[in-house]
Design a protein around this ligand. Sequence first.
Ligand code: NAP
Length: 338
Amino acid sequence: MPINHRIVLDNRPQGEATVNNFKMVELPLPELQDGQVLVCHHYLSLDPYMRGRMNESKSYAQPQPLGEVMIGGTVGEVVDSRHPKFKAGDQVVGMGGWQEYSVVDANVVGALRKVDTTHVPLSHYLGAVGMPGVTAWYGLVKIIAPKAGETVTVSAASGAVGSAYGALAKARGCRVVGIAGGKDKCDYVVKELGFDACIDYKEHKDYLSLSKALRDACPNGIDGHFENVGGMVLDAVMLRTNAFARIAVCGMIAGYDGAPLPMANPALILVNRMKIEGFIVSEHMEVWPEALQELGTLVGTGKLRPRESVAQGLAAAPEAFLGLLKGKNFGKQLVKLI
Ligand SMILES: NC(=O)c1ccc[n+]([C@@H]2O[C@H](COP(=O)([O-])OP(=O)(O)OC[C@H]3O[C@@H](n4cnc5c(N)ncnc54)[C@H](OP(=O)(O)O)[C@@H]3O)[C@@H](O)[C@H]2O)c1
């Protein structure tokens, strides 16, 4: 059996996470038991939620245990199987973690899913046609529920979730305005992803200035907003909301290192009779088939062309993950493992 390299959480961050929180270890792979499948991972997904799992504090999910392989979504190929529904060569998506191979108990419902790469490249099952895409779908369709002609906004617009959100909102006839860090990302959001406008928040020193730019980009105000960042971005958006605006709170990445993210004008929730709703996509598995169907069609027909940042080799994962938390990624952050 081959040797499996894996990255474990060695110790918990104090404030900002560092590469020293992780450790590479190697283990021989065990013999397969009945019902198990051996998967060789082609890509590992790096996602902001992993930062929360590195802490011990109370959250919606259990902390990542120390000394165990880091949690993470993976796509790859079955190399050996003792389960009747899987055979060598099948392409699969699962939660294999930060390692080169995983041994999966395929009797566990949802542990491993076969995917079709005829029209959708394998890596996109970790991004637009995977968890981040479904996240965008849920927040837009189930919380914001926009009508055609409404204006909707999203922060971290060039990223895995934001890019899918743009395509889904355009398909519903909305005016879509993104907020992203830097000119290159904003150009991509408008020219490649087809948003109506994108604002570079790094050009604005405070939320009042950012809010003026939003007023110009959203002349009819904001009816729905999808929040990925928090802090100044959310404050700026709230000033431009219309009556009965809906805000889907998906992420607060600006605060993932533990800094508080105060809200400048909470009275606007009342004044504008806003709905603000947080959600966790894994708690809404009932929508995944419908969402994945729409996302797969958008990618397969070229209406959504997601961009990827690909780090090479497992050893590059910690650095790439820390970069994701600072906006160094451009699109879905992946690690190529073979
Ligand atoms: N609720 C759920 O179930 C769920 C599921 C998936 C993802 N999420 C959340 O969705 C958000 C987007 O995830 P993603 O996978 O699509 O990531 P992503 O957008 O591909 O990458 C993260 C982006 O966040 C921005 N960012 C990072 N640090 C920031 C900071 N301190 N201040 C402002 N912006 C910062 C950067 O974009 P810029 O360069 O443009 O600033 C960075 O590229 C995250 O908050 C994540 O936690 C939630």
